[in-house]
Design a protein around this ligand. Structure first.
Ligand code: CTP
Length: 408
């Protein structure tokens, strides 16, 4: 059981931290909440206490005999501050310690994650930029705020990322470590990567389409993992309903043709492209401008299809940026003649990509689930088996393979 310290500073987004706290406690983490005095103006101590099952303190003067200002930080496996206000980031960057949370940050020797939330002007201010840079240099993980509606009528960058999103980042950090000495730390810094996710829709008329069962979860896990390793990530998302990963540029598309346009545009400057999307292989020859009506005689309209462009094959053949690593996915079911791996090898050769992630989908087990099991095949003959585990774990194995090839 991991010991998590949830620091909450004084912003309106403090109410969302209650949801984050729930995610931690429901998944069996031992959470100590350390709100600042300002945070208690937004959400009171009884809420934190009830949801964490522990007393809550804000000042170093509470429970002094237990020396909480040292003990809480020292014994934590992870400290996450959500929301982290501009003021809290400034204090942390300068090593100030005037309350229990800032003392905890100074004594923590574990990974520290900040999830900032503030108005766009504050986030973009040179002082905040410098403080964030200092914290990152020191090995803290500062999640990029999300874009969208802020307090009041304005909108822009500065929203607290979705609590699920912060939770996923924290679980990833707990599993892999972060900070000085962590092997994966920022090995994709300075790299641009493109990930496609989701399933495309091919419209028959304004309301009907051909689609598929892809949820986009694997692509989102890939985008999140790349961002946590320092990459600048463009996620081209087809018809997904997942929260935007923090710090990732999300481009939304519907059809395979739109997916192709956006992926090729982003690939021109990318060091790696991962095609985790499930683009439809076929689309109707023509799209009716009006909703197709039911015929009175009980007949159904014919459906004539043509093939869509194969984006992965095109990327591999044209190589928009020389030296970029191109990764494809293959959902296969074995048959009487060939195993899943033999089919995967043949597909790798046919598509011409550098890596192919082969899923055995006999029985439809993978779609929409949080877990995945795969073999990552390399055009160089490499074969990396990834046992059943989270899509995040598979994502990191894929980026390990990509990072190795980028260094070669
Ligand atoms: N893919 C693509 N463009 C398409 C279809 C698929 O880029 N129009 C990509 C997917 O994103 C995935 C990979 O190709 O990375 C494998 O897709 P899959 O549908 O399994 O391959 P098939 O289209 O079935 O290949 P083939 O018909 O050659 O077996």
């Amino acid at each position: 059981m991991s010991r998590v310290v949830l620091g909450v500073s004084g912003g309106i987004a403090a109410y969302k931290a209650a949801e984050l706290l729930r995610r931690f406690t429901e998944s069996g983490h031992d959470v100590t909440v350390v709100p600042t005095a300002a945070a208690l103006h937004f959400v009171g101590a009884p809420t934190w206490s009830a949801l964490s099952g522990k007393p809550v303190a804000t000042e170093v003067w509470d429970h002094v005999h237990e020396v909480p200002h040292v003990r809480i930080g020292q014994s934590a496996d992870l400290v996450v501050v959500a929301p982290a206000t501009a003021d809290l980031l400034a204090k942390a960057a300068h090593g100030m310690a005037d309350d229990l949370l800032t003392n905890t940050l100074l004594t923590a020797r574990c990974p520290v994650v900040f999830a900032p939330a503030m108005h766009t002007e504050m986030w973009e201010h040179a002082a905040t930029r410098a403080n964030v840079a200092t914290l990152r240099e020191r090995g803290c993980l500062v999640i990029e705020p999300a874009e969208g509606r802020l307090t009041g009528a304005d909108s822009g960058k500065g929203r607290l990322p979705d609590p699920d999103e912060i939770y996923d980042v924290c679980v990833d950090v707990l599993a892999r470590g972060f900070g000085p000495g962590s092997p994966s730390r920022q090995d994709l810094a300075g790299r641009q990567v493109v990930v496609s996710a989701g399933g495309t829709r091919e419209y028959l008329d304004p309301v009907r389409f051909l689609g598929n069962r892809s949820s986009g979860r694997q692509g989102y896990a890939l985008a999140r993992a790349a961002a946590s390793r320092g990459a600048e990530v463009t996620l081209v998302a087809a018809n997904t309903s997942l929260p935007d990963p923090a710090g990732v540029k999300v481009v939304r598309v519907e059809t395979t043709e739109q997916l192709r346009t956006e992926v090729l545009a982003a690939a021109a400057s990318a060091d790696a492209v991962v095609m985790a999307a499930a683009p439809a292989d076929f689309r109707p020859v023509s799209v009716s401008g009006a909703k197709i009506k039911k015929a009175d005689d009980g007949s159904a309209p014919g459906l004539e299809l043509i093939q869509n462009p194969d984006i992965l094959r095109e990327l591999s053949a044209t190589r928009p940026r020389p030296g970029a690593v191109i990764v494809g996915f293959a959902a296969e079911t074995g048959d009487d003649h060939s195993t899943v791996l033999e089919l995967g090898r043949a597909k790798l050769a046919r598509k011409g990509c550098d890596l192919l992630v082969v899923n055995d989908v006999s029985g439809g087990a993978v779609f929409g689930s949080a877990d995945n099991e795969a073999v990552v095949l390399g055009a160089d003959g490499s074969e990396t088996a990834v046992p059943r585990g989270s899509k995040t774990a598979l994502a990191h194995v894929i980026w390990d393979e990509v990072a190795r090839r980028l260094q070669d």
